[in-house]
Design a binder for this molecule. Sequence first.
Ligand code: UDX
Ligand code: ADP
Length: 457
Amino acid sequence: MNKDIVCIGAGYIGGPTMAVIAKMNPDRKVIVVDINADRIAAWNSEDYSIPIYEPGLVDVVKEVRGRNLFFSTDIKGAVQQCDIVFVGVNTPTKMFGRGSGRASDLQYWEATARSIKEYANGDKVVVEKSTLPVRTAAAMEAILNGGTGNGERGTGIKFTVLSNPEFLAEGTAIKDLLEPDRVLIGGPETEEGRRALEAVVDIYAAWVPREKILTTNVWSAELTKLAANAFLAQRVSSINAIAGLCEATGADVDEVARVVGADRRIGPKFLKAGPGFGGSCFKKDVLNLVYLCETFGLHTAAEYWTGVIRMNQHQQERIVSRLFSAMFNTLANKKIALFGFAFKADTGDTRETPAGTVARLLMEEHVRVTVTDPKALDNARRDLADLPGVVYEEDEYKAAEGADAIVLMTDWRHYPTLDWQKIYDSMRKPALVFDTRNCLDAAELRRIGFRVLNVGK
Ligand code: UDX
Ligand code: ADP
């Protein structure tokens, strides 16, 4: 088996992961391929205008591109050169037919499996990186090995399928990849499976301490990814459920979270109340879990996880209801500026962003919505293309001019350092700030003259 690696899919997972693998394995050639020629051209662009904004990524790409990291549209050539094939293609939630709104849409993934099979010229280790429903590896194995069940197809080419789910979070992807809490690799419990597993362990062992590389069977690895994201999403929904109660009772959710998190069994992370979770993974993975539970007749478990999603949607509806009450029960024709559209700071990604839901709810109330964001305005324009009235403004001060309210949706680090007096002076009075991330100095804002709303206070 040669040591070179191909990754099919040059997206949020494939791009950063392969860049770091190439950086830490200078003796291996790493080729990232994609059917999207524009995307590959962007990865290869001379001025490094790579298609993903991720702190630190461009420096890694500068270091390794052309050294041992290559981006290409030649999927066939790359599959033939490399014996280890990672698959990082998109698996969005299916929006049609059976499992609509819950199951994963596996068409891209299946097309990829079929092209690997078509192009393979020798034995291959195929590594799932995309989040996939449990038992997908078995389906992939069936497609690749022609369903003979003995791990071989007529030509004698053998495919061994492993699961190596990615736990990186956007905005901290490079750090998460360089210093992971753990790397998880699941493999079949056969002789070939063990050999394939060791080959993939070797890639990570170049920089990750061996004890942090955890190996399991394939199904455990697949389910672990869904479970880990579901637990994280559930923590966010749990603290948001407490936030509503804090608002009603006069408790302060940040104080509650600090003390709850001081219990070492619970821990302090992922207890920040806010507008609800967004991002490409949490909702999709929880819905996947729900679909799995239903498939296996575990209806109460399915309902339990559905509650996590319902709570999240409710959190965004509550933001709009509270604005409505605070703004004298009418929002029509008022100007509201959304500060931040990305689903969290340090990323331009807007998939499932709470700001999108809030923008839509406000437009239904005939609000004049202006959106500002330092990295996500292009994505915002695309996401809200069906709402022609929305205004996009790069400059926060201009976005706030004449507004009745500012709703801070994303915790961009520079928002607290803006000149809030200047912003106040340019707004219509009474001027309101709804800080859904509790990141601004509320006392200072009140001193300036703002009316201030927070989540969970
Ligand atoms: C997540 C997982 O963290 C990662 O392991 C997995 O591989 C992919 O999904 P990501 O979606 O990039 O990563 O971001 P994350 O930092 O987990 O945040 C998800 C959402 O939860 C964001 O919208 C964030 O604002 C929100 N969140 C997070 C909170 O509202 N409160 C918190 O305390 C933490
Ligand atoms: P993720 O967040 O999972 O990385 P992205 O949507 O960012 O998802 O990236 C997935 C990438 O996979 C896209 O660039 C898409 O063009 C690519 N892709 C999808 N299907 C195929 C395929 N059959 N062959 C090659 N690349 C594919």
